[in-house]
Design a protein around this ligand. Structure first.
Ligand SMILES: [Zn+2]
Length: 431
């Protein structure tokens, strides 16, 4: 089972100065920066997925998820995605490079933002090894399997559009001489309708299916969907899970003949999750999670700066506490401070992130107590000391500090690495 990371221009400055929180001298975005697969050995994923909606602005789509500038898009198409992502050479020449449309970006629209012709051309120019036909997300999955006539016309339309696109897409890919392996996307309003879609795609000639719309579903619901699909298709037909948010429960999905899946969650959770920011391999063979220690830069934190503007606290005082929290963390890492003293310094600064949030003091105290317990656990276990990955070995304690994109993304890289290793171990495969 291959794990693909869905890239959204995620790179770090390899020469970042952590003590002064400064970029390396003369650093140029992208050009000086490195991707996770350049930073880490082994690479923390088996392939990359690039969404067309992250690269190209679709006409008529208001909510944009475009991460590429026009020049970057042009360069990606001119040089090919492999070269653009620096994901080539002998190390990566066989790694999967999948394109999809990023259907979330146009989910509000009546029709997909891109036509099959445009998508085939885009994938071919970018040199992807695999490409998913333009689909249209159906969000509601009704496990009671209502018949087609019982669902809304808009849902039926999404079902029909996805299949009609897939037919046109496959014809175009064949006419171009199969420059990449086409994937037929499965969308439906129930396990049964998704199985029907899968069956029709297989009949069209697809040998690789991409299952969409799984994001809001719980593990058990996904299992029902996959069981229904597997019953309707040939055992040799391959399955990819699109945007698989339940990646941490992957061991529950090993019986469904899944060839590949993509996820961003290990990286995203490094800085978006409330408390599970740092992945670790638990002693029970499951993943364990730690809370990163928030010591934001006061001058870059909107809430802290509002407090200063209101006169609730002074910038100098804040800066001193920030300094003390950082110093104490580093001393702790060297063995020159205790859990108690470090916790005290961290929480002394952290309280300012909570005070002034508009909630009552009692509510705030409760939140601070919860955070303190999580921080204490992180300090007591010191998980970054145990990790031998390239991130933890090169920046040590900085990886656990929640502060600036260069730390937070590196923590995301670490998470990808831990996740990838965990996946290999769970599946009993060699890395
Ligand atoms: Zn690590």
């Amino acid at each position: 089972m291959k794990f693909l990371y869905s890239d959204t221009q995620d790179y770090v400055d390899p020469g970042y100065d952590f003590l002064n929180d400064r970029s390396s001298p003369g650093r140029e975005r992208y050009w000086s920066d490195v991707y996770a697969h350049e930073f880490m050995q082994p690479a923390p994923y088996d392939g990359l997925l690039v969404s067309m909606s992250a690269v190209r602005q679709a006409t008529g789509v208001a909510s944009s998820k475009v991460r590429y500038s026009t020049r970057e898009e042009q360069r990606l198409l001119r040089d090919g995605a492999r070269r653009f992502l620096r994901y080539g050479g002998p190390r990566f020449k066989d790694a999967m490079l999948m394109g999809d449309c990023g259907a979330f970006a146009y989910v509000e629209h009546p029709v997909p933002a891109y036509l099959p012709e445009e998508v085939v051309e885009f994938y071919t120019e970018a040199g992807f090894t695999h490409g998913v036909s333009p689909d249209h997300i159906i969000f509601d999955c009704d496990l009671s399997n209502p018949p087609e006539k019982a669902v809304e016309a808009a849902v039926r339309q999404r079902f029909a559009i996805t299949l009609a696109n897939a037919e046109a897409f496959l014809g175009l890919v064949r006419r171009e001489g199969m420059p990449f392996e086409p994937l037929g996307p499965v969308q439906g309003w129930s396990p049964k309708s998704m199985a029907e879609a899968a069956h029709r795609l297989e009949r069209m000639g697809y040998r690789y299916l991409a299952i969409g719309g799984l994001v809001p579903l719980k593990v058990d619901a996904i299992k029902l969907v996959l069981t229904a699909i597997r019953e309707r298709i040939k055992p040799e037909t391959k399955i990819h899970l699109l945007g698989f948010a339940k990646a941490d429960s992957i061991r529950e999905f090993t019986d469904f003949g899944i060839t590949s899946f993509d996820s961003t969650s290990p990286l995203i959770r490094a800085f978006k999750d409330e408390k599970a920011n740092y992945y670790s391999e638990g002693s029970d063979g499951k993943l364990a999670y730690y809370t990163a220690i928030r010591i934001p830069q006061a001058i870059e934190n909107a809430r802290l700066m509002q407090g200063v503007k209101r006169g609730a606290f002074s910038a100098e005082d804040l800066h001193l506490r920030e300094r003390r929290a950082l110093d104490e963390m580093r001393a702790f890492d060297r063995g020159a401070s205790t859990v108690a003293a470090t916790l005290d310094a961290v929480m002394d600064y952290h309280q300012f992130l909570v005070r002034g949030d508009g909630n009552g003091a009692e509510h705030q105290d409760k939140g601070l107590d919860k955070t303190a317990a999580l921080v204490q656990r992180t300090l007591e276990h010191r998980p970054w000391k145990e990790c031998g990955c390239d991130v933890c070995r090169s920046i040590g304690v900085e990886v656990i500090i929640f502060r600036s994109s260069n730390r937070n993304k590196r923590r995301g890289f670490h998470n990808l690495g831990v996740y990838h290793r965990h996946l290999r171990k769970t599946l009993g495969e060699a890395a």
